[in-house]
Ligand binder design. Structure first.
Ligand code: F6R
Length: 242
């Protein structure tokens, strides 16, 4: 894993956006898969500025990394809503190029089977954007004894429910289940960027970088094996100092 340490959030967002921009310039029909959360918002805003300055995203294919089960796409807490607001609409990605998770609990199994196939049919993911959870999760792959290889239904840990409750009016409203890309699906991405900023992420980053094992209790540890994964981390997350 390549490690790029940058001064602050803005530098992290800029470095991440530049990687995505150069990919799209080289490959206008690239397949990208997007994380949500607070970390990549700056990167997405910078991509929107590049688009305003003329970079065309209309050829790219866009996949969701994960989604809560049971929230409809027009629920402002859903990841569909987030990605529409922050990525798909600002970058003017055509609707037919957007592949979303189906959050209907009744259709979970069929959706999971089809989603990995759709990614393959589009030629595989060229760039996967990831954040890291305070507990070391990537996507919604939570620390566990075993990690799922394929995309499917996952149960969120108490930690993640608590951390993510900051986006909801009440912790009671945070869904307990989600759809997440599996380890193999993420791993097959040709390029991965893992973003981390702020002291809040220091423990996760330290644990990831100090760890010498492939440890399903630190789901991000599998990224150490990827041939083209760049961790872009700001000084606060790297050093633990504000
Ligand atoms: C979100 C996702 C999560 C987040 C992680 C960090 O789609 O997959 O793994 O990347 O929980 O969240 P933030 O960026 O809000 O700290």
């Amino acid at each position: 894993m390549k490690i790029v340490i940058v001064k602050d959030y803005d530098e992290m967002s800029k470095a991440a956006a530049e990687l995505a921009v150069s990919l799209v310039q080289d490959k206008p029909h690239a397949v990208l898969s997007f994380a949500t959360g607070s970390t990549p918002l700056g990167m997405y805003a910078k991509l929107a500025s590049h688009h305003k300055m003329g970079l065309d995203f209309s050829g790219i294919k866009a996949f969701h990394l994960d989604e809560y089960i049971g929230l409809s796409p027009d629920d402002p807490m859903s990841y569909s809503y987030y990605l529409d607001e922050n990525v798909f609409t600002p970058l003017e990605i055509p609707k037919e190029h957007i592949f979303v998770h189906n959050s209907d609990p009744e259709q979970v199994e069929q959706h999971a089977r089809e989603y990995d196939r759709k990614i393959e049919a589009e030629g595989g993911i060229d760039l996967q954007v990831l954040g890291i959870g305070e507990n070391g999760h990537i996507a919604f792959l939570e620390p566990a004894d075993r990690l799922p290889l394929e995309t499917g239904l996952v149960e969120l840990t108490k930690d993640t429910i608590e951390v993510n409750s900051r986006f909801f009016e009440d912790e009671e409203l945070v869904p307990h289940y989600a759809m997440s890309l599996g380890v193999r699906t993420i791993f097959r991405a040709r390029k991965i960027i893992l973003l981390a900023n702020g002291v809040r992420k220091h423990d996760a980053i330290r644990t990831l970088l100090d760890n010498k094992h492939l440890d399903p209790r630190i789901p991000a540890s599998c990224l150490q094996l990827h041939a083209d994964c760049t961790l872009i981390v700001d000084e606060a997350a790297y050093t633990g100092q504000e």
